[in-house]
Design a protein around this ligand. Structure first.
Ligand SMILES: [Zn+2]
Length: 310
């Protein structure tokens, strides 16, 4: 959820005990398979990015693609946004719903207690559908100060008994979905098709990047957690994306199985405003999320270029 391309790994600068460690050189992810949990945020649906058949129709098509492939995805709900019919479709498909804070509040901006009230409210609302087990931070923002970060952890884990649904494969899929819908709304079919063509290659590159970061920091594959959103583009390409990921070696597992990987039990060593992959939050803290930044700059330059100077 940080902004900012690079098709290839360039250089990973890691702050380690006050020193900067350069972990460089591109390395192709190993050919062996990896565990992958798929998650969708912003349920019931990113309304501004809904397909022609609406949130209900889009959700039905998304769930059909996932269940046809036996993919145990988890959907993360903003509970103040209604959508009971949509949420019931997820449950009818046998898929679990998690807490994404009631109103998608930004922890970098709203007071902690206001933000936590939203987390508590969503926790209660979800009980209609399933016992809530997982929490996903909006924007992946976890607190700009150590006090806020740790107070949020304590409330979510202790008071609400939630498991934090960390993300390892952060990416710009949500931005592609915006660019796609904007192009369609403007009647620019060629541009919409070009953006659509970016979706699967972008997500495969994000996955390869996460596997490479894990290899460089831990020397092994880790269970990966993929962040996607409920929007028109994700609906259209869910099936082909999952098939492409499987071809790369992904073995789809339930979220609790992925989160049982010891990597998620490492101490959180990051404090700051960025919304970043869990792979950058433990020691050594990576202070440059190069792939994410460079892919963002590249996409914006090609699909949302700044206006020419006057
Ligand atoms: Zn979100």
């Amino acid at each position: 959820m940080v902004s900012l391309r690079g098709a290839l790994w360039v250089t990973l600068l890691a702050a380690c005990g006050g020193q900067h460690v350069v972990v460089s050189e591109p390395a192709a992810p190993p050919a062996a398979g990896f565990l992958l949990s798929v998650t969708y945020d912003d349920l019931p649906f990113q309304e501004a990015l809904a397909p022609a058949d609406g949130a209900l129709g889009g959700t039905s098509r998304l769930l059909a693609a996932l269940t046809a492939r036996s993919i145990p995805a988890v959907g993360f709900v903003n509970c103040d946004r209604g959508g009971d019919e949509v949420l019931r479709l997820w449950r009818a498909a046998g898929l679990e719903l998690g807490n994404h804070q009631a109103n998608h509040d930004n922890l970098n901006r709203v007071p902690l207690e206001t933000w936590l009230d939203g987390a508590r409210r969503c926790h209660e609302a979800l009980k209609v559908y399933n016992p809530p087990r997982f929490f996903r931070y909006p924007y992946l923002f976890q607190g700009k100060t150590v006090e806020v970060r740790d107070a949020a952890y304590a409330a979510l884990r202790g008071e609400l008994g939630q498991t934090i649904a960390h993300v390892t494969i952060d990416n710009h899929e949500w931005r592609l979905a915006q660019l796609y819908s904007e192009a369609l709304a403007a009647g620019d079919v060629a541009r919409a098709e070009a953006v659509r063509g970016e979706y699967i290659p972008h997500l495969l590159a994000a996955t390869a990047n996460a596997r490479t970061v894990a290899q460089k920091k831990l020397g092994r594959e880790v269970a990966q957690v993929l962040l996607l959103h409920a929007n028109a583009l994700s609906v259209e390409l869910a099936g082909p994306l999952m098939d492409a990921l499987a071809a790369e070696g992904a073995r789809f597992v339930p979220l609790e199985q992925a989160l049982a990987d010891p990597v998620f039990s490492l101490p959180d060593a990051y404090v700051g405003p960025a919304g970043i992959s869990w792979l950058y939050r433990f020691e050594p803290v990576v202070s440059a999320w190069t792939w994410e930044d460079e892919t963002w700059t590249d996409l914006e330059a090609r699909y949302n270029p700044p206006p020419p100077p006057p």
